[in-house]
Design a protein around this ligand. Structure first.
Ligand code: CTP
Length: 407
């Protein structure tokens, strides 16, 4: 997506640098337009280095490129953070006396403004009227956060956290996404298999890749349900969350969601085994010196069961098209075969539409922020390796699924 990030002249301008990074790290192309006053807080060199684009705030730079027309026209999204009282007033009045206000008048896509100012300014009748005017024109003006302001004062007027602005901005673009109207269920995190009331068998899944998938699906306009086992990171705003603990609970939640699902992505690390019995009271050390013996039994293969459930129903009751099902596989090569051969065999065994193959070596992917995968299709297709942040991988996976759903 092409994004214009407008930065107003307030102390919170420094937080816009974090917002810029959130956008660039999720694969977007961002042009920053600070106001003249904003450059007194954060210099243009910072914006240029972080965005990878030249930065100007004057309509008199690069006149041949007609930037005051082009940038607004080409932007899929314009985000202004911080939007000062002055900037809100100028935008409401329709002024075009610098590159940012001119760009706002040329906007074709959604415009999201995140205000930051002192409480008195935010509550002033002039600002209230300007916000109302902007909102009546379809501009999304996010409510400021409440808390510590620049000086000793505190109250409403604080710039919302960059992650919240990021989420609101992407939500504004969802109209018309590739998964608009589609229902996506994603299993995330690692299951925990209880041994007794205080102990469990778990795994190292961080849940980061699953959460990135949820973000990517939300960004494409999907309605997202997370079947969430244990994860280290919080789910993104805007999804329905069904919390589960064990593989059996995860199976029940996934199968229950299937009839209202268009795309199922099994990103969870589901334990293959669970203790044969869950002891109702805490297991004690034996006084006679014998050690307890743990007996494990197989858990159901949730992905396989979901495929079987889908294939058992020839047509869906609500008339929706066939459910697309995707799995993940982390594979190492061994004496018998390379990772790709193992993954192809797994894809055939599971019967899903595609498998996201993660080749793992000694550097495990658990908890890391970046990833490298290959998407293997049931039709024999194989994507070029997708390298990058977990969000970049998620965008590729969701994009691939959207292509299958559109068939
Ligand atoms: N999976 C599942 N239920 C299980 C185990 C795994 O649904 N009990 C899903 C995972 O969510 C993932 C895919 O199956 O999408 C592959 O997981 P993996 O652990 O690689 O598969 P296994 O069948 O357990 O294969 P292996 O014998 O290599 O462990």
């Amino acid at each position: 997506m092409r994004i214009v990030l407008g930065v107003g002249g307030g102390i919170a301008a420094y937080k816009a640098a974090s917002l810029l990074r959130l956008f660039t790290e999720s694969g977007h192309d961002v042009t920053v337009i600070p106001t003249e006053a904003a450059t007194r807080f954060v210099g243009t060199a910072t914006w240029e280095a972080l965005s990878g684009h030249p930065v100007s705030n004057s309509v008199w730079d690069d006149v041949d490129k007609v930037n005051h027309v082009r940038l607004g026209h080409e932007a899929d999204l314009i985000v202004v953070a911080p939007a000062t009282a002055d900037l809100l007033a100028r935008a409401a009045a329709g002024l075009a006396d610098d590159l940012l206000t001119g760009t706002l008048l040329m906007a074709r896509g959604p415009v999201v403004m995140a205000p930051a100012m002192h409480t008195e300014m935010w509550q002033h009748a002039a600002t209230r009227a300007n916000v109302e005017t902007l909102r009546s024109r379809g501009i999304i003006v996010i409510e400021p956060a409440s808390g510590r302001l620049t000086g000793v004062d505190s109250g409403p007027g604080r710039l919302p956290e960059p992650a919240d602005i990021h989420a609101a901005a992407l939500a504004a673009t969802r109209r018309g996404g590739a998964l608009q109207g589609k229902r996506v269920t994603i299993s995330v995190g690692g299951t925990r298999e209880a041994l007794d009331p205080v102990r469990f068998l778990g795994n190292r899944s961080s849940g980061k890749q699953g959460m990135a998938l949820a973000e990517a699906a939300l960004a494409q306009g999907a309605h997202v349900t997370l079947v969430l086992a244990h994860a280290e990171v919080a789910p993104p705003r805007g999804c329905d969350v069904v919390r589960v603990e064990s593989a059996l609970q995860l199976r029940d939640a996934v199968l229950a969601a299937l009839p209202a699902t268009d795309l199922l992505v099994m990103a969870a690390a589901v334990a293959d085994f669970r203790p044969a019995e869950m002891v109702a009271t805490k297991i004690k050390k034996n006084d006679d010196g014998t050690d307890p013996v743990l007996t494990l039994v197989r858990n159901p293969d949730v992905l396989r069961e979901a495929v079987l459930a889908r294939d058992a129903v020839p047509a869906r009751e609500d008339g929706a098209g066939p459910l697309v099902i995707a799995g993940f596989a982390a594979e190492t090569g061994d004496a018998t075969a390379d990772p790709l051969t193992h993954a192809r065999a797994k894809l055939a065994r599971k019967g899903c539409d595609f498998l996201v193959l993660n080749v793992v070596g000694s550097d495990l992917v658990f908890g890391e922020d970046s990833n490298e995968v290959t998407i293997l299709g049931a039709d024999g297709s194989e994507s070029a390796p997708v390298r990058g942040t977990k969000r970049a991988v998620a965008d590729a996976v969701i994009g691939h699924a959207a292509g299958l759903l559109a068939r």
